[in-house]
Design a protein around this ligand. Structure first.
Ligand SMILES: *Cc1c(COP(=O)(O)O)cnc(C)c1O
Length: 356
């Protein structure tokens, strides 16, 4: 048998999470976000479930968009950062891709372009996040330039919320967006997962779910389980060695963990080169044989250590769940000072992926 670490992908959980999106936003079309290799789950793998079930898919890379067309997806495909140079436009038009237009340079290129087919655009407003988009005072002008472009077909109005997941909420940005787009007869696209779950008023014509599809919570104060979401990825490994240590002995690089009693320590085949966060401190939760315990000491490149003192049955070969089914990735991420998004995207290519 080979190294026991694997990422198990449960596509029926993905499909059920998609139903949660639909239940939360029954009036909106769904633009499923599968950037970053489907948040680490595999672009084609998650796309298979989406084809036939959603009206749109959003990615970053032109190659990913083309891959989706080649898989037979015929509905909207949105490039979230738009295009970067004029030579992409014929390819975009040819594959009937939609683009986010967020800056002046893109507008100028579009104004001068001639293409045999027209392109659908999502015009992005910077309503306060200050990342991409035209500020309120420049938005109308950008819209009128786009309308005069020979190569533009439908225009959807879009913005992105910075704080839909926390107590600051969306109200400032939502008001700003609404005041600018008031009276304009274009479709609207605003809500990420957090806004889909918490702010029904913001749903508009298109919603853009990402993290909720993969079964994680966008919120600190509400778990995925409470939201009815199920983990799609479970990262599983095994104990490959057991050490008995005495009070006063240490574990791992830097000897950062020192035992305050005699202990049994399990060595797990999973390290930071697999995507497990090196920042995860002693005490990060983990399951061994389905029982909750904690990591000990520093995470190594290929291994980490877990406390087996109270799990007498655990031995070499015992199953370890790093995150996923039974072990919330949101909890692991929080312990490591990050968010589930980063852990999912960082799953290393060397980890074998199996569909269950
Ligand atoms: C990533 C992304 C989303 C999805 O966000 P989640 O928090 O994962 O739901 C939506 N819109 C844009 C513009 C994004 O970049």
């Amino acid at each position: 048998m080979s190294r026991p670490l694997q990422a198990r992908i449960n596509l029926s959980a993905f499909d059920r999470n998609l139903h949660v999106v639909r239940r939360c936003a029954p009036e909106s079309k769904i633009m499923a976000v599968i950037k970053a290799n489907g948040y680490g789950h595999g672009l084609k793998r998650v796309a298979q479930v989406l084809i036939g079930n959603v009206d749109g898919i959003a990615v970053l890379a032109l190659e990913d968009a083309i891959c989706l067309r080649e898989m037979g997806f015929r509905k909207s495909i949105l490039l979230l950062e738009g295009f970067f140079s004029a030579d992409e436009l014929p390819i975009i038009a040819d594959h009937h891709l939609s683009i986010v237009v967020h800056n002046q340079i893109q507008l100028e290129i579009l104004s001068q372009a001639w293409l045999p087919k027209k392109i659908d655009v999502f015009l992005k407003m910077n309503s306060g996040m200050n990342r991409l988009g035209f500020k309120a005072d420049a938005f109308h002008e950008a819209l009128s330039i786009l309308k005069s472009c020979a190569v533009i077909h439908n225009i959807t109005l879009m913005t992105h919320f910075a704080t839909a997941d926390d107590e600051k909420g969306i109200s400032v940005q939502f008001l700003s967006f609404n005041s600018v787009v008031q009276g304009l007869h274009h479709m609207r696209c605003l809500a990420n997962s957090a806004a889909i779950l918490r702010y029904p008023d913001s749903h508009g014509d298109w919603v853009r779910p990402g993290i909720m599809l993969y079964g994680s919570s966008p919120f600190i104060d509400k778990s995925a389980e409470e939201l009815g979401l199920q983990p799609v990825m479970t990262l599983i490994s095994q104990i490959i060695a057991v050490q008995s240590i005495q009070k006063g002995e240490s574990v791992g690089y830097g000897a950062t963990f020192v035992a305050d009693r005699d202990m049994r320590v399990g060595i797990v085949a999973c390290g930071y080169a697999d995507g497990y966060p090196r920042h995860a401190p002693t005490g990060t939760p983990v399951l061994v044989l389905g029982k909750r315990t904690r990591t000990l000491g520093r995470v190594s490149m290929d291994m980490l250590h877990v406390d087996l003192t109270d799990i007498a049955q655990a031995q070499v070969g015992s199953e370890v769940t790093l995150w996923g089914d039974g072990m919330s990735i949101d909890e692991v991420a929080r312990a490591a000072g990050t968010i589930s998004y980063e852990l999912l995207c960082a799953l290393a290519p060397r980890v074998p992926v199996v569909e269950i």
